[in-house]
Design a protein around this ligand. Structure first.
Ligand code: CMC
Length: 376
């Protein structure tokens, strides 16, 4: 009999339908519920996009106001979550902190076992509202700073920056941050979203699905790449002559067969649809903070990677330097991705549950042949 075919890494295997987003590598496009993501980034706020991903339609004014009011009401952190975050060692990676905090929120929510669509949407919206508090608080405690209470007069992104830095953010920075949140929010069956769907498919709860998804996102082949990009920039070093140093760094890294983080993609082989929009936002921040040397390194590395390997940047490549310019600590970059992608994860959990089938693939055994325990 013919050997069964194995689809290593499930590459190229469609496993289910989704109506949430469409990734089209041929046309280099990404649609959220039918809308091109770059149009959403140009014309909508992250709150509107979150509503769209969950409900399938953009909100009207009344719907947006109602959602905004709900979101503002749930932004704070309760005493218990803060206390548990405080107990975690400062050496713990911020992704471990956010994973733990989501788990704590799930453990203390009496609604956790209720899995009606309404209850799950409610949990999703509450996590959406709380994640900025968690991420901001964790960055602050590492600097010995107190929790900053959320501000009701600010939208999601402005408040996120306020809670992190304790200063009213400038509009240009708020806009660039909002664009990054919109671009990170959803990307079909990526590893973390698929993880969330696997967990949901067992009829476990939404918090478990999100906690597992955070674990999957942490890895450098997935969300951890935005942090890793900044480590590469740090290895290249600051100051003049960055372009030459970037090329020398790349050649040395490739000679050591290192993967260059922020480049390549499982689905897009000809460039990531989200990069041009994020690159624009990054360039605006380079100008805003007057840091042209960062752009010099960015361009040199991209060009040399194209020449050496013909591999294009993914979203994490422009996102990393953008968050750095804004003042986020490098290990906090992937938690920012969590705050955004929680929308996609939870939309997928709800979609999975609406027509559930347990996700349980097969494996092909290639271990030792059957044998028997020797008689004693
Ligand atoms: N640096 C160096 N070589 C690479 C890279 C890279 N970033 N990406 C792909 N290649 C090479 C790879 O070594 C392989 O070469 P060969 O055929 O000689 O062995 C070839 O290109 C095909 O790569 P692959 O690993 O089989 O492709 P994949 O589809 O399994 O991997 C990937 C996709 C994203 C895991 C990979 O490109 C990678 O490791 N990139 C760096 C990590 C990264 O930036 N991840 C973020 C992904 S997108 C946004 C997100 O989820 O956060």
């Amino acid at each position: 009999t013919a050997a069964p075919q194995i689809f290593k890494g499930l590459a190229g295997v469609p496993v289910d339908y989704t109506a949430i987003s469409k990734v089209n590598p041929e046309s280099n496009s990404l649609l959220y519920r039918g809308y091109p993501v770059q149009e959403l980034a140009a014309q909508c706020t992250f709150e509107e996009v979150a509503y769209l991903l969950w409900h399938g339609e953009l909100p009207n004014d009344a719907e947006l106001a109602e959602f905004g009011e709900f979101e503002r009401r749930h932004r704070g952190l309760d005493h218990q979550t803060k206390r548990i975050v405080d107990e975690l060692p400062l050496e713990a990676h911020p992704m471990d902190v956010v994973r733990t905090a989501v788990s704590v929120i799930g453990a203390s929510d009496p609604e956790t076992p209720v899995d009606t669509p309404e209850a799950n949407l409610d949990k999703a919206m509450r996590l959406f509202a709380k994640l900025p508090s968690i991420v901001a608080y964790d960055q602050r405690r590492r600097h010995g700073l107190e929790f900053v209470e959320p501000r009701d007069d600010l939208g999601y992104s402005a408040n996120f920056l306020w809670q992190t830095f304790g200063e009213a953010p400038e509009l240009a920075v708020v806009n660039a941050f909002d664009v990054s949140m919109i671009l990170y929010a959803e990307h079909s069956f990526n590893a973390s979203t698929f993880t969330a769907r696997v967990i949901a498919s067992t009829l476990s709860d939404l918090y478990s699905a999100v906690t597992g998804a955070i674990g999957a996102l942490k890895g450098p082949l997935h969300g951890g790449a935005n942090e890793a990009v900044m480590h590469a920039f740090a290895e290249i070093g600051p100051g003049e002559g960055g372009a030459e140093r970037a090329v020398a760094w790349l050649d040395a890294a490739l000679a050591e067969k290192r993967k260059i983080m922020g480049f390549g993609h499982r689905v897009y082989k000809n460039g990531d649809s989200r990069v041009p929009t994020m690159r624009d936002a990054m360039e605006r921040m380079v100008e805003h903070y007057e840091r042209p040397e960062l752009l010099e390194v960015y361009v040199a590395l991209e060009q040399a990677m194209g020449e050496r390997k013909n591999i294009k940047p993914n979203l994490d490549y422009p996102a990393g330097p953008t968050y750095h310019l804004m003042g986020f600590d490098t290990p906090t970059f992937t938690p920012l991705f969590v705050a955004s992608r929680v929308v996609g994860w939870t939309a997928h959990v709800m979609e999975q549950l609406a027509s559930n089938a347990l996700i349980r693939p097969l494996s092909v055994y290639n271990g030792v042949d059957e044998r028997h325990v020797p008689a004693k």
